[in-house]
Design a protein around this ligand. Sequence first.
Ligand code: SF4
Length: 222
Amino acid sequence: MTRRRWSATHLDWLVARLADVRAAARATTLATVERRRDPFRLLVACIISLRTKDEVTALAAARLFAVAATPATLAALPSSRIAELIFPAGFYRVKAEQLKSLSRRLLEEHDGRVPADREALLALPGVGRKTANLVLGLGFGIPAICVDTHVHRIANRLGLVATATPEATEHALERLLPQRHWIAINDLLVTFGQTVCHPTSPRCSTCPLTTHCPRRGVVRSR
Ligand code: SF4
């Protein structure tokens, strides 16, 4: 069956199936960091994770946090040392500069705390909408939809949205999804994207959503 519209009932069904997949999978690095309820660690791990594989992010973040896990200790490190600790994360030298500068800004402008405000987060070095929304949601429990490459791709394949950019996907999902799902949807779709709905060849033949998925834009699948 190919669905064209997602009703509230089907959205709940969708989230429940994604949660099943999530329960059987390894926790992502950001989900693991989130368990500490520390917005600063979450912010730093999210910046390290950009254009970086999850396994690399996990090790890089662990090495960095073993040496510096607060704005004061991170700001005190030379950026060359931060780069060394987070290598081989993508753009590690740029990220090292951003993390040092971001830590200084938190100390100077926010009493060493991560602000629970989207505009203030977006004003920090290296922080875009994806990072800001992730920190708001997982760090502070403020409903926000973090749209990364997995969320954007899968939401379009499923026909939840028909959008060209992650920001358009964020706004379209805000209109479609009940707010109670906003924070969790990123982790659910990231895990689903890593295990089932892969970028180049999704596993449609064994996917638990196959009966409801129009598979928009899918040209090759397993
Ligand atoms: S049926 Fe295929 S395209 Fe649709 S969600 Fe499942 S894996 Fe992705």
